[in-house]
Design a protein around this ligand. Structure first.
Ligand code: GLA
Length: 429
């Protein structure tokens, strides 16, 4: 397997998304900070993007999911400028959006609806920590990142979590030291995303970036927030996890994601359950038969069609069961056998949950045709990325086959990376 150091020419071969190492990330963020503020940062902090192995669209249903952290990280160079909330000013800049200049606001003036674009994810974390009673003050920060943006690999959570550990370090909050504190940081990041950025996402991404460990997948129980670290090192089995960023843009994504969540909530309410997690897979069909069209209580188009609502619930319940099955195989040292579970997850997301798209289906099918042991879309869907379990020796061949399938259909060339379970958010320099 080769991992080219620069994106390859499309005519030559598949394009690989290179991960910066810690010193490169720290140097880039520090240089951008010096250029912006003409001063030294107090430090550099970073947080990884993630890829989910199984358990998709289960987090906001109290379900189970199994993400790993990527090598690709977002870096934040920062310094504290005041110790108290009353005079705290947040100054933010992004190396990716240098032309946008500096974003500034008093922290006391950040609230839902007041911040748009990427600063919402960063300033929102300071807001959420302050709301939770933590003593954060003013900060100057510059962000740089090698997590591909908009690719379903959690570039937004990587930004939130990098800012969270930076604020934790700058203001001695003491939260980054253990899992209980990191859970509080994750909660602040989730609040930032839900309330300041206005994205109704479920919390898997932030939990992974802050709580998953290197060499392990994170079995996250979204009912109570508990975790189990599952050893995950495909290389020992001669395998690799190939990630295909389809680079497909889907403008309906936000509305569609929120619609799925609304449908799940409506179904749980009809069934008088706290969450869909409570449905016993053994009585699924009988439970689904109890659902009725819900055309009075909601404007949500999906819940007006009971068959659609049943398909959505079926996905969630069967997907949670697939997480248990896959974890059972990993626990038994049988990673080589997880392929069919990945395939079944993709079929369920495509047919029952309807969050796949042409590019994701093509990536999955082309990878399998080239010898992948299993493949599925990952993340929220409607574009973004797919994963394929492949023999290590076949990584380049499978990537080339997927790239060729996209080229044959005249689609934007996809980008590729190989995922290996990496370290959580932390101070880098
Ligand atoms: C996005 C959200 C997550 C999760 C996934 C789907 O990544 O941010 O909370 O819901 O979609 O599993």
């Amino acid at each position: 397997m080769s991992a080219p150091t620069t994106p390859a020419d499309d005519a030559v071969g598949p394009a690989w998304v290179r991960a910066w190492d810690a010193s490169e990330g720290a140097e880039r963020a520090t240089a951008a900070f010096r250029a912006r503020f003409d001063a030294e940062p107090d430090g550099v902090w970073s947080a990884p993007g993630r890829v989910n192995l199984i358990g998709e669209h289960t987090d906001y249903n109290g379900g189970l999911c199994l993400p790993i952290n990527l090598l690709h990280r977002t870096y934040v160079a920062a310094r504290a400028t005041s110790e108290t909330l009353s005079d705290a000013v947040v100054n933010l800049a992004s190396a990716q959006e240098a032309a946008a200049g500096l974003w500034s606001a008093r922290l006391t003036e950040v609230s839902p609806g007041t911040v748009s674009g990427w600063p919402a994810y960063a300033a929102g974390v300071a807001w959420a920590l302050a709301r939770a009673g933590h003593a954060v003050g003013g900060v100057d920060a510059v962000v740089d990142s090698c997590v591909p943006y908009g690719s379903g690999l959690s570039s937004s959570a990587a930004l939130e979590c990098a800012v969270a550990v930076a604020l934790d370090g700058l203001f001695d909050l003491g939260l980054g030291a253990d899992d209980a504190g990191r859970t509080q940081l994750a909660d602040a990041c989730i609040r930032a995303e839900n309330e300041i950025a206005g994205a109704a996402t479920g919390g898997m991404d932030q939990s992974s970036s802050l709580r998953a460990q290197a060499g392990h997948a994170l079995l996250l129980d979204c009912l109570d927030g508990s975790v189990r670290h599952i050893p995950f090192d495909l290389a020992t089995d001669g395998l690799a996890l190939l990630v295909v960023d389809t680079r497909a843009e889907h403008q309906l994504a936000d509305g569609q994601y929120a619609a799925r969540r609304t449908t799940c909530d409506a179904a749980a309410a009809q069934l008088e359950l706290g969450t869909l997690r409570e449905i016993d897979p053994g009585t699924l069909e009988a439970t689904l038969a109890r659902l009725a069209p819900d055309d009075a209580g909601t404007q949500d188009i999906e819940t007006q069609d009971v068959e659609t609502m049943r398909r959505r619930v079926r996905h969630v319940v069967t997907e949670i069961a697939r997480v248990r099955e896959l974890v059972g195989l990993l626990d038994a040292g049988r990673a080589r056998e997880i392929g069919p579970i990945l395939d079944a997850s993709h079929a369920s997301l495509r047919d029952d949950y309807e969050v796949s798209c042409l590019e994701l289906d093509l990536a999955v099918e082309a990878a399998r045709a080239a010898g992948a042991l299993g493949a599925r879309m990952t993340g929220g869907g409607f574009g973004g990325s797919a994963i394929a379990l492949v023999e290590r020796a076949r990584v380049d061949a499978v990537a080339a086959a997927v790239a060729a399938a996209f080229a044959a259909q005249g689609l934007t060339p996809p980008a590729f990376l190989v995922a290996a379970a990496s370290a959580p958010a932390a101070r880098t320099a």
